[in-house]
Structures are given as C-alpha cells and as structure tokens.
Write a protein that binds this ligand. Structure first.
Ligand code: ATP
Length: 652
C-alpha cells in the first residue's frame, strides 16, 4: 500500500492557512525522521511535511528544502556559515545563561552539541511567551551569518545566533544548533529529500485536480517524477531554479523540463576502474571505442557564458575561477566567435613550458595559490603554468548534448576553438579503435592500446581512459558508468587504484608518535543507508608535519564524545571524529574482515571488506566526505581483484 494515504495537514496552534510556516513544523519532522530507521517511512514523513507547506504556505518550501539538506545556497555559490562549535557554545552560554564548564560537561556526556543545547533550553524557565520562530527567519538569518566577514564578524555572528536561540521552543533548539555546526544528520540527504518533495508535489497536484489514478498508476507516477527530479538535479544542481520548476510543473515534471545553464555546474560523469587493458577490451567487444590520456591534474568544468565571461568549476561543483585566471584568458583567446556559450570538461595540468611543455605532477599544481571568492590570483603571481586538456562537451549555444554519443560530441568540441595551442589548450590525446578491431583476441589491437598506455605513462599521465564512442556513449552526469573505464599504472601486487576514504576516528600514538594521532580509522560511505563503514586503520605514508596538522585539525567540536549512530564498525578507537576530510589510500589488496564493515552483505553476509597494508597517498581536497568511495565501489574493486586472479592466468 502507498505510504502517503494517511496524510492530513499538520495542525499547529500558531499556523493558519496563508501564514508563514513555523520552524517547529520542520523541527518536529526532523525529530521523527531521526528516530526512524526505515527509508520509506522517513521519506513519507518528509513528504507529508512538504505537503503541508505546499498546502498552507508554498513559499516556505524552498527554504525548507535547503534546511533539510543542511545547505544555505547551491554549492557553486561558495556560501559558508563558517561557524565553529566554540562560537555556538559561547552563544548558548549567553542565550541560556549556562556557564561554559557546565556546557563542556554536558557535551562530554551527551556527545552532540544539539542535544546539549536542547537540555540547556529545557532547564531554562521562560517568563515571556515566545513568538514562533519561522522557517523563513531561520533561513534568512543563516544567510545573513554567512555574509559576515572582516573585523567584528565573530561578534555579529554570535548575536545573530543568540537571537535565534532565544526564540527556540521545544525541539527547535536541537536542530538549529545541529544546522549551525553543519551536522544535521537526520539520515536524509539530497537523494531522500528530492524524492520526498516530488511525491508531495504529485500527491497535492492530484488531489487539487481531483484526478483519480489507480494505485498502480499512482505509484508509477510517484516513481517517475521522483527519478526525474533526482536526474534534473544532476544537470542543474541549483535548488533556487529546480524547486520552483517542480512546483509549477507538478505531475508534468520530467527531466527535460530543466536544461543546463552556463554558470551552474553539472555533476561530472565518472569512470569505472578496470584491472587492465584485457578486461576493458572484453567490455567493449565489437563496439567502437576511444582511448585517451588520463591526465594527472585537476578536473575543470569550464563554462563560457553568452556575455563572454568564463567560469571554472571543480569536480565537486565548487567555483575555482579565481584560482585559474590564466585558464580564463586561454579559453577566451582560443574561442571561435561561433562558440557563444558552452560547457566543456577538461583536466587542468601543471606544465613546464620551458621544457617542451612537459607535464608536471599533481603536487606542482597543488602548490598554486587558490585565490578566493572576492579576488582572483594575480596573473603576475602565477609561478606554475598550466595547460587545459579538453576531453568532452556537454552544452553549446543553447543545445544540450548529453544524449549524443561521444563521437558526435567530439565534433562539436573540435569546432569550439581555433585549433589547440600546445602547453596552453589542447584536446586530450586519443586513438580510436573501430568496431571491427574491437576484439579481445586481436593481438594488433592489444598492442596498439598497450603502446598508447605506455606512451601515457611516459608522459607523466596516470594511465588511460577507455570510452565508448557510439553505443551507450552519452554523457551521464554524476554516473560512474561502464562506458568510461580507467586503466591506471598497474602497481605490482597492489590495488589498481587508490580509494578515497574518510578518517572517522583515531588512537593515541605511541613512542615517536606520542602526542599525535596514529593509527587513523578510515571509512567509505554507503549512500543507501547514509552510513560510514570502516575499511581499515592507516598508519603509514604521513609526514610528521601532517601528524601535527591533524592533531590541531581534529580538536574541539571535530571530536565526538561517542560513536555516532551512522558509523558502522567493530573497531573502538580512542576518539571518534566528525566526517570532515577525504584521503586517498592505497594498499596491497582487499580482504574480507570480521571487524571492518565496508560493503557488508555484498560479498559476505556478516563480514565487510578491508584493505591490507594501507598507506596514505594524499589529501583529496576537491571532494566532500559523502563523495568518497562508496561501499559499492569497494565491493566492485574486491570482485575485480578476484576476477583479475583468474584473468591474469589467461593473459599472462
Ligand atoms: P581518480 O582518483 O582516478 O582521478 P576520480 O574518482 O577522481 O578518480 P574517476 O572517475 O575515477 O575520478 O576518473 C576520472 C578522472 O580522471 C576525472 O575526474 C578527471 O579529473 C581525470 N581525467 C584525466 N584525463 C581524463 C580524460 N581524458 N577523460 C576523463 N577524465 C579524465
């Protein structure tokens, strides 16, 4: 039966039709969702909350979606709250009149600043009845906080927070504080919130139009609009545009309702790992494909807008234009006048122009200044030159190209520029294997690809990408698809690839490492359950400087006093960290473990997958904790390792 049958608009004494929605409506929903483990029920609770808003106060829907997803703006707007736990604790002290050491004691026993705030509020007696805190108030004050910069900004932020705290009733305090420290953790992320909203929109549109659908048709409609809105978010990850569009289209909403907009980054397509050329060839048997150099730099989604302005976004959707003013000039200089607006995919790589444009390492690129939102890096301060290697195009002059096969997209891509300029702007180096030669038994093809791979490695690339050219060769935003495979340098007896893991805890170091953290407990992410699952302990590959840095970084509010419910592991480290960082880890191989819980249930009913002899490779700064390797990635790599053991005997 459908989960939405029992809907009735929520009654709040303080909320009448047409009036703005009180924040308590959201806080109560968060409270119910937090206590609920089942995803379907949680989605239907959120759906009912959205239905009430759509019925009674539609303009609160957008701020509510933002608050549910723990955001105050689209990622590419680079708007940050920049509030630490100590500022929130200071505001709490002022708002509730509770001294600092009492707050610290409560934090040590409760382990969550939101729970501490809630308890402080409950023990406080209020003389004057409070006017209700509105969803709009909370959202607009959060945005105001994010705009406070410069001298005195900490004080101004604090008084804005105190103002909000003083208006809190019941559960509001707990969720307000969690939002402030960006740790809402109700177990619902964009992939839950957007379908919940889509379902609410469908149900309300149907009930308003007195449309009767059979249960089966209704279920199908709910699923199709939910999937459409998630897909639309991949090409237009901007709630300011997406949510109003969904609300106005109602049941007619489809993923083609929204189109890409230069200036708003789309979620990039990702590649699947393979364990070598033979495996890739097997997957592309009888299909035309291309091999491209896999450059070792930073992904750059480059947007040219109709007004001539060029903007650059990272793999994560953060704007990096200020960091690459030279790339902006390069693009503007090279563009044909016919290329009015476009969105292309490229890798920006450090190069040595004095040495035949030799490609330099990722570390060289990282040493460049980052610039900031307000000001770009000055051109004369750029010490490391870069070249943009363009490898795909998604949009040109108002036309969306995602569904076109790569061979066709390439034609559009090659039309954009007046040829490349070595060391500045180049198309990714490639070779094409036509359908007739795409045969796993062909010595000639195998040799051609292996020679190309050798060439890529000699040129300081990470390996090669192998991509379908004609069949299933569309650009799939945010997908790690079979049509893009990566073949990296094969580390003898090692993992083919590094994995990106999140430090979730650590032990106190001993001996030389006394006073630092060592080892660290590392986890992958499971987007289905929204939990972090432990993979391994890591204690090698770090510099002493890094240990010191991490000792400082993981302090105060970044140390949790108890294991959060969304961490899965049988390990008991000395301390738990909030999920903040992503590190690339390499190891010898994967193994099944009774302690680690990564991908539990996928290869063994009760055991997880772990990495043997893990080693820290580098910090991954262009990725958030939820974008780290997933349990499915790890299970797939584990299975690829098992296949490799069989395949290697067949091809060696
Ligand atoms: P990795 O850590 O291997 O870079 P990733 O998870 O960041 O992996 P993948 O999808 O695994 O991303 O690999 C694709 C990445 O490789 C792209 O994000 C891009 O930065 C880089 N890259 C370099 N050259 C190419 C190319 N020719 N085509 C596609 N991606 C390329």
């Amino acid at each position: 039966s459908l989960p939405l049958e029992k809907y009735s608009p929520v009654e709040h004494a303080c909320w009448k039709y047409g009036q703005p929605a009180p924040y308590i409506h959201l806080a109560q929903t968060f409270d119910l969702v937090e206590a609920e483990k089942g995803k379907i029920k949680a989605t239907s609770m959120l759906c009912n909350m959205f239905r009430s808003l759509l019925d009674l106060s539609p303009k609160d829907v957008l701020p509510a979606v933002y608050l549910c997803t723990n955001k105050i703006a689209a990622d590419h707007d680079n708007m940050e709250l920049n509030i630490g736990g100590s500022l929130v604790a200071a505001a709490l002290q002022e708002a509730c009149g509770i001294n600092r050491s009492r707050i610290r004691d409560m934090y040590n026993s409760l382990g969550d600043l939101g729970d501490v705030a809630q308890e402080c509020r409950q023990t406080q007696s209020l003389l004057v009845p409070l006017s209700p805190l509105l969803i709009q108030d909370v959202f607009s004050v959060l945005r105001e906080i994010s705009m406070q910069t410069g001298s005195g900004s900490t004080g101004r932020k604090k008084s804005l927070i105190v103002g909000l705290m003083r208006s809190c009733r019941e559960k509001e305090m707990k969720f307000l504080v969690r939002t402030l420290v960006r740790n809402l953790r109700i177990g619902a992320m964009m992939k839950t919130i957007l379908p919940a909203l889509a379902q609410a929109v469908v149900m309300n549109s149907l009930s308003q139009s007195h449309h009767e659908l059979t249960n089966a048709n209704l279920k199908e409609k709910l699923q199709s609009v939910s999937a459409a809105v998630v897909e639309a978010y991949n090409i237009l990850p901007n709630l300011d545009v997406l949510v109003p569009s969904l609300m106005s289209k109602g049941i007619e909403f489809s993923s083609t309702t929204v189109t890409m907009v230069p200036g708003i980054p789309i979620r990039p397509m990702l590649a699947k790992i393979t364990n070598g050329v033979p495996q890739a060839l097997k997957l592309f048997e009888n299909k035309a494909f291309t091999c491209e150099f896999k450059y070792d730099g930073q992904r750059a989604q480059i947007h040219k807008m109709a007004d001539g302005c060029v903007r650059i976004f990272s793999r994560n959707g953060d704007e990096t234009t200020a960091r690459f003013p030279d790339v902006v000039h390069i693009i503007q200089d090279a563009c044909r006048s016919s290329a009015v607006s476009f969105i292309i995919d490229a890798e920006v790589v450090a190069v040595d122009r004095k040495n035949e444009d030799k490609l330099l390492s990722f570390q060289e690129l990282s040493s460049r200044d980052r610039g900031c939102k307000a000001s770009s890096v000055a051109m004369d301060r750029i010490k490391v030159d870069v070249c943009a290697f363009v490898f795909d195009i998604m949009f040109v002059n108002g036309e969306q190209l995602l569904s076109y096969p790569l061979r066709q997209r390439r034609n559009y891509m090659k039309d954009l520029f007046n040829g490349g300029k070595s060391g500045y702007l180049q198309y990714a180096k490639e070779i094409t294997i036509e359908e007739d030669d795409a045969c796993v038994d062909s010595e000639v093809t195998l040799t051609k690809i292996n020679t190309f791979l050798e060439d890529a490695l000699q040129s300081s690339c990470e390996g090669i990408m192998i991509k379908s050219l004609d069949t299933d060769a569309g650009y799939l935003p945010s997908k790690r698809a079979d049509s893009w495979l990566k073949v990296k340098r094969d580390y003898v007896d090692g993992l083919n690839d590094s994995i990106d893991l999140v430090p979730i805890g650590a032990w106190h170091g001993n001996g030389r490492k006394a006073g630092w953290y060592s080892p660290f407990l590392m986890a992958c992410y499971n987007p289905d359950t929204e939990e972090f699952e432990s993979v391994c302990r890591v204690m090698s590959g770090f510099s002493d400087f890094f240990y010191v840095e991490m000792r400082e970084f993981f302090s105060e509010d970044k140390i949790l006093s108890k294991k959060p419910s969304y961490y899965r592991t049988a390990e008991t480290p000395d301390m738990w960290f909030s999920p903040e960082l992503v590190w690339a880890i390499r190891g010898a191989d994967f193994t099944v473990s009774p302690v680690h819980q990564a991908a539990v249930g996928r290869v063994h009913p009760s055991r997880g997958i772990s990495v043997r002899f893990p080693r820290f490779v580098r910090s991954v700064t262009d990725r958030g904790p939820e974008d780290c390797s997933t349990s499915a990635d790890i299970a797939e790599m584990f299975q690829a390792q098992t296949r490799k053991l069989n395949v290697s005997t067949a091809y060696s």
